[in-house]
Design a protein around this ligand. Structure first.
Ligand code: UP5
Ligand code: MG
Length: 203
């Protein structure tokens, strides 16, 4: 994708930090297309006839990262679809706007996507403590139906995040592309900070 025609923002943060919640709100305010890598993987997992279904299920249950080519392809396809669907006028200023939520999760994905699909303009990093994230996920577990919302898998997700995803954030920090937002506060308060960050990018 031509960086002149699309703006890509990566939304990162630990499991339960509030990435999905904040992205949904930003969609309404700024006309983004929100693509959650986790949601795309769960969709593919449940798609009849998918050759990757079982493999995705295994990785998600173990809290580990699905091989990059699968996730990158799903994201690229979803972006292509959206660009076809919404031609010029469908976007706020005629340019595609994407929030890529929960991706890239490891350094090779970051470099691969930036180089072959589209260079990201910004990384929004929602940061809070493991305690807060754990409480949120356990609360969500009552209704989410997500196979990875159980204490054992949550611990594994935290480990994967610390070992593999934090280096991605550090990588973009050295490039001065990270906007860190404390996501411990209430949803509205975090959203206020997120809005200010995005407004700043587009101004
Ligand atoms: N909540 C949110 N904000 C709150 C606030 N400010 N105050 C109080 N409560 C708040 O929020 C989680 C819960 O907290 C919700 O109930 C919400 O109401 C509440 P949510 O917005 O859903 O948080 P989010 O950060 O999106 O948490 P999620 O569980 O989706 O994060 P993960 O990163 O763990 O999940 P994801 O779907 O991205 O990935 C799942 C798995 O897919 C990974 O573990 C991995 O196995 C696989 N995966 C890949 O392999 N590759 C990828 O690129 C992506 C995923
Ligand atoms: Mg999410």
């Amino acid at each position: 994708f031509d960086a002149e025609k699309v703006t890509v923002i990566y939304v990162l943060g630990g499991p339960g930090a509030g990435k999905g919640t904040q992205c949904s709100k930003l969609v309404d305010a700024f006309g983004f297309c929100h693509l959650s890598a986790g949601d795309l993987l769960r969709e593919e997992q449940n798609r009849e006839g998918s050759q990757y279904g079982e493999m995705i299920r295994t990785y998600i249950r173990e809290g580990t990262i699905v091989p990059s080519h699968v996730t990158m392809k799903l994201l690229e396809n979803a972006m292509t679809e959206e660009m076809k669907k919404k031609t010029g006028d469908g976007w706020v200023d005629g340019r595609g706007r994407f929030l890529i939520d929960g991706f890239p999760r490891k350094i090779d994905q970051a470099i691969g996507f930036d180089e072959t699909v589209c260079l990201a303009s910004l990384v929004i990093f929602f940061n809070t403590s493991e305690d807060v994230m754990l409480q949120r996920l356990l609360e969500r577990a009552k209704t989410s139906g997500r196979e990875d919302d159980n204490v054992e898998t949550i611990r594994k997700r935290f480990r994967t995040y610390n070992e593999q995803t934090m280096p991605v954030i550090e990588h973009y920090r050295t490039l001065n592309k990270v906007a860190e937002i404390d996501s411990t506060a209430a949803v509205e308060e975090v959203y206020h900070a997120a809005c200010a960050t995005v407004t700043n990018l587009f101004s």
